[in-house]
Design a protein around this ligand. Structure first.
Ligand code: FES
Length: 196
């Protein structure tokens, strides 16, 4: 990138920060959980949250907070994406028709970029926090488990795109918040400007 382009880029980021009233940046070494809180005023305004995902290794997940909700960001591997196929018959809403997500996340991966899942960590049953369980066929979840999220409160299960399994208490898929990418490694949660 040229000096001029760098300058322009810095100017854009500075301006974007001013407009959003205190956007902050969250980053964490994986697999540790990242917890980020924008200023109280920015939080009250529901300000977008900028997240540096450059250190989220394939297969890992971080958590950030946006509008008081936990947002889980998962860097899915090709293997994890492959495990989403063939689950349609055991999911309650495989095409996300009755679930909440931006229109650009109504696709087989429920994401802007297939490898980056951005999903609310709030169970759609009674709002418990689902636990990431990315391993295949663990003893407690059974031989058919292909990885996903498990809610310990009443046993709801979701796949690696947050799609809910049939026959569990949660009625719909985990919600996908509005999000976009400012750069290759900078995610913006809560706003749809930026690049995909
Ligand atoms: S709150 Fe998740 S299953 Fe009830």
């Amino acid at each position: 990138m040229t000096d001029k382009a760098n300058l322009s880029r810095r100017h854009f980021l500075t301006a974007a920060t001013a407009v959003t009233g205190g956007v902050g940046i969250a980053a964490a070494a994986v697999p540790f959980v990242a917890s980020f809180r924008p200023s109280a005023r920015a939080q009250a305004l529901g300000a977008p949250v900028e997240v540096d995902i450059s250190k989220v290794e394939p297969g890992a997940m971080i958590r950030v907070e946006w509008r008081g909700r936990v947002i889980m960001i998962v860097h899915r591997t090709a293997d994890m994406l492959g495990r989403l196929a063939g689950l349609e018959d055991v999911l309650a809403d495989p095409a996300s028709i009755n679930s909440e997500q931006p229109t650009y996340a109504i696709n087989e991966y429920r994401s802007v970029r297939p490898e980056i899942l951005v999903v609310e960590g709030v169970c759609t049953h009674l709002a418990c926090a689902p636990t990431p369980r990315f391993e295949v066929a663990p003893a407690d979840l059974g031989a058919d488990w292909q990885g996903g999220f498990y809610c310990p409160c009443h046993g709801s299960k979701f796949d690696l795109a947050g799609r809910v399994y049939s026959g569990v208490p949660a009625p719909t898929n985990l919600r996908i918040p509005p999000h976009s990418f400012l750069t290759e490694s900078t995610l913006l949660i809560g706003a749809e400007t930026g690049v995909s």
